[in-house]
Design a binder for this molecule. Structure first.
Ligand code: F6R
Length: 608
């Protein structure tokens, strides 16, 4: 979703802004733009499209200058075209403003400004911010920024230039994250860390309602009242340096292949090789808390929600605590019954997803315990929750989540083991599960070695318009995740269902043209899954089965078998999804889709 970069220093701004836009593009965007100050004028270029196509047309002579701001836009208000792209002008070119987030009272503000004679060129809420700032500015940029904070509702991070202010960028933050990167005689503003790495070595994370005035040699931060405030300066985490594809054609493929090492790191951090000692002292929850909880609610979105469903399943099965998964955006709407004996777990790769952040608020208000299963500890959600369970997935760049998903499942299973142990479940029940977790890295490696099987199946289904994915028990969620991966990156319409539901409706869809994927690895539900497979065959449906290597029944029934090693049935969903990631990847590749940045999607959804 939208990204912000700003630069002021001794170098030409344009190349820094273009590189920043490139580094932000993993978030998903449909247009981009820059503004550069020179000789009292703000020179703006903005267009729909990808930065690779846009940058060659941005003339370095016209855009010469050492202070500028840039943006990647993911359309919310108005179609992706030049006029709606950022930077948005205000005050007939006196102001250029880039914006992440949403202004919620935009219609009222627009009407008010129009009544005052302002003519809007775009459909965006961003132009309202730019016009409002231009009208409020009378030589004091902090006062004008305070007007934005006072008048606008919603979440917004903005970077602003004014033509009267050479070498100056104003950064204002409410709700959406915004950072100031500190370099040597140059400073930067950005919505996340990636575009800062390599130029800045330290970073200030702006707090809620902060206003920063940034020049090449100074950064002055004001709070909402206008008072100058001190904010902590942190070294930049060098772990995010040099994120490349390591020779893989796509980040998604690279990230799938990182799964074994990521899972190893996560398991090793939490459980000993014998599967007896679980280490969870850092979560702020002790055994009494686990015994006290009457219910656990898990909230997340998309892939994160699928992980929540799995988490609820294993928490209930292993720890015998009532647990439910709720889509984050639906959580507040149902007015959940909450109190100190409820634990609410937010599951989010980015830690920035607005729906998940908003879902936490009623839990915090009611004094419920909160926990984040997150990939970015220093994130908006990370700061809200009582404890963070780090999923150890490492930076995920491809929009379609792969390694974060398998890490989420593993983290939640580890947590369920911890809860079960605290609630007195016997070692005999828990140890086989804990030990199976150690088998995951090798099992996922083996599943990845069978990539060619998925490629073969993909050649067969590449022209399908619709697909069904079926699973049962803990693997019902694997069906949902497999379908989501397929629709996200190949644009094939794919439905995921718990297989028991099939006779209650979806079976009507079965035909030769609608391939079905069934997950039928060993476990209490395998026989019934094979029953579903037979039902599909009986209706002439094409069928791909995820099964273990020695499964002769699956081979006899299926058109294609995607094999995985046998694992404990509660652990198997972590490996069973891997061939489905591969199937989606190979299908999207054959269909010529943009695998890492699928159309319309953003990596981090920072609006509701
Ligand atoms: C799917 C995908 C999305 C995200 C969802 C939540 O591949 O990546 O469905 O899972 O937008 O994102 P996080 O986990 O960052 O909260």
């Amino acid at each position: 979703m939208c990204g912000i970069i700003g630069y002021t220093g001794g170098s030409e701004a344009l190349p820094v802004l273009i590189q920043g836009i490139r580094l932000l593009s993993y978030r998903g965007y449909d247009s981009a733009g820059v503004s550069v100050w020179r000789d009292g004028t703000l020179h703006v270029r903005r267009d729909p499209g990808r930065i690779e196509d846009l940058a060659p047309n941005w003339d370095p002579d016209t855009l010469a200058g050492t202070t500028g701001i840039g943006h990647t836009r993911w359309a919310t208000h108005g179609v992706p075209n030049r006029v709606n792209a950022h930077p948005q002008p205000g005050g007939e070119g006196a102001v250029a403003l880039v914006h992440n987030g949403i202004v919620e009272n935009d219609l009222a503000l627009r009407a008010e400004l129009e009544a005052e004679g302002v003519e809007f060129a775009s459909d965006t809420d961003t132009e309202i911010l730019a016009q409002l700032f231009a009208r409020a500015y009378d030589g004091d940029p902090v006062a004008a920024a305070r007007t934005l904070l006072a008048r606008c509702r919603g979440q917004f991070a903005v970077a602003i230039q004014h033509h009267d202010l050479p070498d100056t960028i104003l950064a204002v933050r409410r709700g959406s994250p915004l950072l100031v990167g500190l370099g040597v005689r140059e400073n930067l503003v950005a919505s996340d860390l990636r575009p800062l790495v390599g130029r800045a070595d330290r970073v200030i994370e702006l707090a809620e309602n902060d206003i920063a005035v940034v020049t090449p040699t100074t950064v002055v931060v004001h709070d909402e009242s206008g008072a100058v405030v001190e904010r902590a300066i942190a070294p930049i985490d060098h772990a995010v340096r040099d994120i490349g594809k390591d020779g893989y054609p796509h980040f998604m493929l690279k990230e799938m292949h990182e799964q074994p090492s990521r899972l190893y790191e996560l398991v090793a951090a939490r459980v000993d090789p014998e599967g007896t000692t679980l280490r969870f002292d850092d979560l702020g929850l002790d055994d009494d808390d686990w015994r006290r909880f009457q219910r656990i609610d898990l909230v997340g979105a998309g892939t994160g929600f699928h992980a929540c469903q799995y988490g609820a399943y294993v928490l209930e099965t292993l720890a015998r605590i009532p647990a439910r998964a709720v889509m984050a955006h639906e959580y507040g709407a149902r007015d959940p019954v909450l109190g100190p004996d409820v634990l609410v777990i937010a599951v989010s790769q980015s830690g920035e997803t607005m729906d998940t952040k908003v879902a936490l608020q009623p839990a915090l208000d009611a004094g419920a315990a909160t926990l984040g299963v997150l990939n970015v500890r220093q994130s908006v959600i990370g700061r809200m929750v009582g404890g963070v369970l780090d999923m150890h997935a490492g930076p995920e760049i491809a929009v379609a989540s792969t390694k974060a998903y398998t890490s989420m499942l593993t983290a939640l299973l580890l947590l369920a083991l911890k809860a079960a142990q605290a609630r007195g479940r016997t070692q005999e029940t828990l140890q086989p599960v804990a030990q199976a977790l150690w088998e995951l890295p090798a099992a996922v490696t083996r599943a990845l070695e069978r990539f060619e099987d998925a490629a073969q199946a993909a050649r067969d289904i590449r022209r399908a318009d619709h697909m069904l994915f079926l699973g049962r028990g803990a693997d019902a969620v694997t069906a949902l995740e497999g379908a989501l991966k397929m629709k996200e990156i190949s644009y094939i319409h794919a439905e995921g269902y718990p297989a028991g539901e099939m006779k209650h409706g979806p079976i009507a869809l079965i035909s030769r043209e609608v391939p079905t994927v069934a997950i039928a690895t060993p476990g209490p539900w395998r026989e019934r899954m094979l029953g579903n497979v037979r039902e599909v065959k009986a209706r002439d449906g094409e069928i791909i089965v995820v099964a273990t290597e020695d499964d002769a029944d699956a081979r006899a029934l299926a058109d294609f078998v995607l094999t995985v090693p046998a694992l404990h049935p509660l652990v198997a969903p972590v490996v069973n999804v891997v061939p489905l990631q591969a199937l989606a990847y190979e299908t999207a590749r054959l269909r010529g889709c943009d695998i890492d940045q699928p159309r319309n999607l953003a990596k981090t959804v920072t609006v509701q």
